[in-house]
Design a protein around this ligand. Structure first.
Ligand code: ASP
Ligand code: MG
Length: 458
């Protein structure tokens, strides 16, 4: 059995959906197919809700466009004798959605719960249509088995409940092609929730892991993971193979190919992931698996970056408290759900720095003010300082961190490009070396690193 996930662009137009149909129907084993909303629809659903909240009459036109797009897709792709039935089903969903938009505009308020409901229609609509496009597909309603709970003000997967719900939903699933709308889920009270933007990949990975699939295929609109973002580095190449850890690190450091939490569940069960292109199906794509680098030689996989990061700086009085302060800092941030990309202790100054995304700065600041309240009050610790407008750049590859020459090579590539990094290249795991530069230097730094490691032979 395998799980295939098709993203928004793959199901976005009649031509691409035809390709999806061919790919799925030519599989000769049992498959679970996870689909996203039609490309761009999730954004449109949100934009329409925001217009409705402003009581702007324009929301009606925006809503009309969403309806028309789904009707057009149904007309073009669903066989004539099933069309009326599908139109009836999607119109029932549009009636619910129209009531929600009306409620939002009457109350002039778009609550988080309403928005969660609004965005869920993207996958509900797409899957309702696609069930009648792929021969033999049987649709199952993902919110009844993908279950979430709340943590740090966000929906997160409830592992135990999801495990039990999937077991009972799929205990009897005789169909050869099961179709599932990705992204959407429900919480303990039965309210519709979701796994976060881009979450359909994660739905597919959860199902693959729970149902012990042989492989997980993520079908998208690019040929695979690339050595860098091709919009910045046109000479970037497709990577044939990555280890789970490398793929996880590249995603955590900004590679957009898959939603970062996707890799963990399948990694845990050692199920390989294939990244494939719906628009170029014969291309082998990228294989992500438990690849052992027997030689232990460092080998660079790719370089990626996260924009809009900032550096929180905490000054300390002497080196004796360095370790303890660093761990208190990291613990306080992670207890509050804040992701720390890297930490650094600049040589020669009594300071500890943590890189975080700019959007989590307010929460990070309050977490640290609470953690170090007494030291800050007595003046033992000077006020926290922040450097912002930075980018974090990561070079990812097996065993590159233990290798001193990799860090030296990064420094000389930056030096040649006349860039002085804000933090020096340092490793967070065996397979990542990262550093920070001013945002203005991001593109130049990525180009310099890509040239040094992927274009000049390494
Ligand atoms: N439709 C959702 C989004 O646009 C989920 C997904 O496509 O993965 O974020
Ligand atoms: Mg995606």
């Amino acid at each position: 059995m395998k799980v295939l996930k098709f993203g928004g662009t793959s199901v976005g137009t009649p031509e691409s959906l035809r390709s999806v149909k061919n790919i799925v129907e030519s599989c000769d084993e049992r498959v679970i197919v996870v689909v996203s909303a039609l490309g761009g629809i999730t954004d449109r659903l949100i934009a329409t809700a925001r217009e409705a909240e402003k009581v702007s009459p324009g929301y009606q036109d925006m809503f009309r466009e969403i309806i028309d797009r789904h009707h057009a897709m149904t007309e073009e792709m669903v066989p004539a004798d099933e069309r009326a039935q599908v139109i009836l089903a999607i119109d029932a969903l549009f009636k619910e959605l129209s009531d929600i938009y009306l409620g939002v505009s009457l109350l002039r308020e778009l609550s988080e719960r309403s928005l969660d409901r609004v965005v869920s229609y993207g996958e509900r609509l797409s899957s309702t249509i696609i069930e009648h496009v792929i021969n033999g597909a049987v649709l199952r309603f993902s919110p009844s088995f993908i279950r979430t709970t709340r943590q740090f003000g966000r929906h997160v997967l409830d592992n135990d409940l999801t495990h039990r719900c999937i077991a009972s939903e799929f205990a009897e699933a005789p169909e050869r092609i099961t179709l599932v709308g990705g992204f959407i889920s429900s919480d303990e009270q039965g309210h519709i929730t979701n796994l976060g933007r881009g979450g359909s990949d994660y739905t597919a990975a959860i199902l693959a892991a729970e149902l012990r699939a042989e492989t997980l295929e993520i079908w998208t609109d690019v040929d695979g993971f690339m050595t860098a973002d091709p919009r910045i580095i046109p000479s970037a190449k497709v990577i044939d193979e990555l280890s789970f850890v490398e793929a996880m690190e590249l995603c955590n450091f900004g590679a957009k190919v898959i939603y970062p939490p996707t890799i963990y569940p399948v990694f845990h069960r050692n199920i390989p992931i294939y990244i494939k292109n719906t628009f170029n199906p014969s291309y082998p794509g990228t294989r992500i698996a438990d690849i052992e680098n027997l030689s232990k030689e460092p080998s660079a996989g790719g370089v990626s970056s996260i924009s809009d990061t900032c550096l929180l700086r905490v000054k300390i009085s002497d080196s004796a408290v360095q370790e303890a302060t660093e761990s208190r800092m990291i613990n306080a941030l992670s207890r509050n759900g804040i992701n720390v990309f890297l930490t650094s202790r600049p040589a020669g100054c009594f300071e500890i720095c943590c890189a975080i995304s700019a959007s989590s700065l307010p929460a990070a600041r309050s977490a640290l003010l609470a953690e170090f309240s007494s030291e800050l009050e007595t003046g033992e610790m000077p006020p926290l300082s922040v450097s912002d407008n930075l980018a974090t750049i990561a070079l990812v590859g097996e065993n590159i961190n233990p290798d001193e020459t990799v860090r030296r090579k990064i420094c000389s590539a930056l030096h040649e490009a006349k860039i002085s990094p804000v933090t020096l290249p340092a490793g967070s795991t065996d397979s990542t070396v990262s550093f920070m530069v001013e945002m203005d230097n991001r593109v130049k730094a990525l180009q310099a690193i890509h040239r040094a490691f992927f274009e000049c032979g390494y």
